[in-house]
Design a protein around this ligand. Structure first.
Ligand code: PHE
Length: 340
């Protein structure tokens, strides 16, 4: 019995010298030192041997087990050493720089919008989110645009199958949401988000685009506040000496209403193709909140006044970077997007 144990061990030891990787090393261990191995079985069954043989065989078997264990440990160290020796010359060159991870980027319109948010945040305006899917009541009615009013022609609308549920055509319905939530407290918010219009898609019009609406409500807010605040915005957005002008306009939810132009930053007012040789670029619509709208929001128009405005970040981006076609923004063409 002892002889066969010895033979077995010798065979195992010589096999160990041929083991060169961790998988076969593990296999070797389970085969020669695992529960089912000859040596472990022998040690486990010592109790079944005649008392006279027990100590001799037990001692020998233990020696053999220890020899195998030591050889195994030694082989691990050997393999580890030789692996680190061969590393620098092996085909894997660990000194090579890694493959660069491709960084994504923010969409250029997102960048413009974040710049707009930061400017308004500096002036104390919070962001107020309101839904893209609206009711006819919020999108039109409460903004002083009754059914069949010709002013509705200004907004081509997407209707859903549910009567009265539409995609918002502008961010102005958010004014009512904000007023109803904050009334009777003063308000300073901007309301950014996607708007939708059922329009022919051309270089200048898309069926979806962003707007950033603004709303300030309080006591003694006057048209001069609107002019001063929006002119300040233009200087922060474009450059410190940007001139602005206000032209009378019409929106049913503001009175009086205006459109604000900034001096063309491409030709500094001299006249170029982008400003159509006028020297001015139109960037937003604005006005004093109409008394009826204040009332719909829960405010007493004899006590409160306010101003509102709405601008199109895509349009501002197009002007700023000389982008000729609004369709590039949602075309997902990397050649376009990677420029910013
Ligand atoms: N909602 C208007 C539009 O979509 C813009 C606007 C907002 C005008 C707020 C005045 C006040 O054209």
């Amino acid at each position: 019995m002892l002889e066969s144990l010895q033979k077995n061990a010798e065979k195992a030891l010589s096999e160990l010298q041929n083991v060169t990787d961790t998988t076969s090393l593990k296999e070797w261990r389970s085969q020669n030192l695992g529960k089912e191995s000859v040596i472990m079985q022998t040690l486990g069954n010592l109790g079944g041997l005649p008392t006279s043989e027990r100590p001799v065989i037990g001692r020998q078997a233990n020696n053999i087990r220890q020899n195998l264990e030591t050889a195994f440990q030694k082989r691990i160290d050997q393999l580890r050493d030789s692996a680190s020796e061969t590393l620098p010359t092996a085909s894997l060159d660990v000194t090579l720089p890694g493959r660069p991870v491709q960084h994504g980027r923010l969409h250029i319109v997102t960048q413009t919008m974040r710049r707009i948010y930061a400017i308004w945040a500096d002036m104390g305006f919070q962001i107020y989110r309101s839904p893209d899917v609206e009711t006819d009541e919020y999108n039109f009615e409460l903004l002083n645009i009754p059914k069949h009013h010709p002013a509705r022609d200004m907004w081509d609308t997407f209707h859903t199958d549910t009567p009265g549920i539409i995609l918002r055509t502008h961010t102005s319905p958010g004014q009512i949401h904000a007023m109803r939530e904050y009334c009777p407290n003063p308000i300073r918010v901007i309301l950014p988000g996607m708007c939708y219009r059922y329009e022919q898609i051309t270089a200048r019009s898309e069926i979806q685009f962003n707007q950033v609406e603004g709303l300030a409500i309080g006591q003694n807010i006057r048209f001069t506040d609107l002019k001063g605040t929006l002119s300040d915005f233009a200087r922060r957005m474009f450059s410190a000496n940007t001139a602005t002008r206000f032209r009378a306009s019409h929106f049913p939810f503001t009175e009086p209403s205006a459109e604000m132009d900034v001096e063309c930053f491409l030709c500094s007012g001299g006249g170029c193709s982008v400003c159509k040789h006028t020297g001015w670029l139109e960037i937003l619509g604005c006005g004093m909140v109409h008394p009826t709208v204040l009332e719909n929001g829960g405010y007493n128009p004899r006590e409160f006044t306010g101003f509102a405005f709405g601008m199109g970040p895509e349009r501002i981006t197009m002007l700023k970077y000389g982008i000729k076609d609004i369709r590039y923004f949602w075309g997902n063409d990397l050649r376009f997007l990677e420029q910013f």
